[in-house]
Design a protein around this ligand. Structure first.
Ligand code: AMP
Ligand code: MG
Length: 409
């Protein structure tokens, strides 16, 4: 395997998005925030279930107020007060009114609410209405908010707090959502030790497992850390298969390049996986592999933590989104970076044409965007950065002064 066929980012994204959604499961609405609907949800009930006042005032027949003004009020007979949470005992007749509070059920016969501000209580049970009203004023009709039988939420929609509130409002207790992707994370490298170990000479701590696990969780997946494999074909094969058998996705970081000690591609082939792509024209993140093992995605992530993180934010997010049945975002970065800010580059950024670059940047409050021009090998570039700026594939860089969008962390 070699890098002769580096995939452009957009083509690679489509390959990562090409996986079918996982099966569905039913969850209670209170634990459904963030989950993606597996099917359309129709409302079994109308909301509101009855015509309701939306203001404090008087329920009236609108025609009884026609022509009413400050100088020529309409005089209506107050026949009682609509109780909250119950219905008014009788219909509103001609030139009658009932006091009503916001949310009260409209009595029979009444077709409008006159806001209390447009009334004056005359003596006894008489109210003066000083403004003409029309049928439908200050009320919401049965089913006007959510229609009975109508689709209220579509398959593929990620539920938010307001959505589960609406589901609860129509009496739905459970919804069918996509299973959360189970992601097994494995690191490889003879130099790696666990984060809680003290590295010996030449050793470094395994950062990718921890970072990838948190990234997976941030995008709705369930991460399991499978530990560290030596750069040894047998060991890698055994651990990879074990991960692939028990998870929906495997992320194996390290060894994904094309050097002699880079075994990931070889091991993917050894276990019978089909390589979908090896190498993406992106920086950081070129040595990325996508393969399928019995239809499951297994990914060779770059070893450098900065590259691994950036690759996950773009391609990992696209993959998890597909498995959860999310609609494709126009920009694959949108999932991991919901916030974009505009700014202006204060320095030139060089880039190789044909390659899409993601430059770590600092953003000042005045919109100045300062590129952090240090190599992929330095974790501190990401630590110091506020976000990423994309240098499009066809450009040889961006000149100082260029207006840019920052994908903000
Ligand atoms: P590789 O892709 O295996 O050649 O790794 C590239 C660089 O990333 C090397 O400096 C590795 O030591 C480093 N690296 C690989 N995996 C990890 C990891 N899990 N945590 C921290 N550094 C890593
Ligand atoms: Mg390595």
């Amino acid at each position: 395997m070699n890098y002769l066929t580096l995939k452009p980012v957009n083509e690679a994204v489509e390959l990562f998005r090409g996986f079918a959604a996982l099966d569905a499961e039913r969850v209670r609405v209170e634990s459904a925030v963030g989950r993606v609907l597996a099917e359309d949800v129709a409302s079994p009930e109308a909301v509101p279930a009855f015509d309701r006042a939306t203001m404090d005032g008087y329920a009236v027949r609108a025609r009884d107020t026609h022509g009413a003004s400050e100088s020529m009020p309409a005089y209506l007979k107050v026949v009682g007060r609509v109780p909250m949470g119950a219905v008014f005992g009788r219909a509103i007749g001609s030139e009658e009114a009932a006091e009503i509070g916001t949310g009260g059920a409209m009595p029979e016969g009444a077709d409008a609410v006159v806001m209390v501000e447009y009334t004056r209580r005359a003596g006894g049970d008489v109210v003066e209405v000083v403004k003409a009203g029309a049928a439908g004023d200050s009320l919401i009709r049965r089913g006007e908010d959510i229609a009975e039988g109508g689709v209220m939420l579509r398959a593929g929609h990620a539920l938010r707090v307001q959505d589960v509130g609406a589901l609860a409002a129509v009496g739905i207790r459970e919804v069918s959502v996509r299973r959360r992707p189970l992601v097994a994370i494995l690191s490889t490298g003879n130099e790696l030790v666990a984060t809680d170990a003290t590295p010996g000479p030449g050793q470094v701590r395994d950062i990718n497992s921890l970072c990838l696990a948190r990234q997976v969780e941030a995008l709705g997946g369930i991460a399991t850390i499978a530990g560290i494999a030596r750069d040894d074909e047998r060991e890698l094969e055994a651990k990879l298969v074990k991960c692939a058998e028990s998870a929906d996705v495997v992320l194996l970081s390290g060894g994904s390049s094309v050097g002699a000690r880079d075994l990931t591609g070889t091991v993917f082939e050894k276990v019978g996986a089909t390589i979908v792509l090896h190498g993406i024209s992106i920086a950081p993140g070129k040595p990325t592999i996508l393969a399928t093992w019995h239809g499951k995605p297994i990914v060779g992530m770059p070893g450098y933590p900065v590259s691994s993180m950036v690759v996950f934010w773009i391609f990992g997010a696209a993959l998890l989104g597909a498995l959860e049945g999310r609609p494709k975002a126009a920009d694959p970065m949108a999932r991991a970076f919901p916030t974009r800010v505009e700014g202006r580059l204060v320095r030139n950024v060089a880039s190789k044409p044909g390659r899409e670059d993601y430059v770590r940047v600092k953003v000042a409050p005045n919109g100045d965007v300062e590129p952090i021009l240090l190599g992929t090998a330095t974790l501190s570039t990401l630590m110091r950065a506020d976000g990423l700026v994309r240098v499009p594939r066809e450009l040889e860089g961006l000149a100082a002064g260029t207006a840019v969008n920052v994908f903000r962390f």
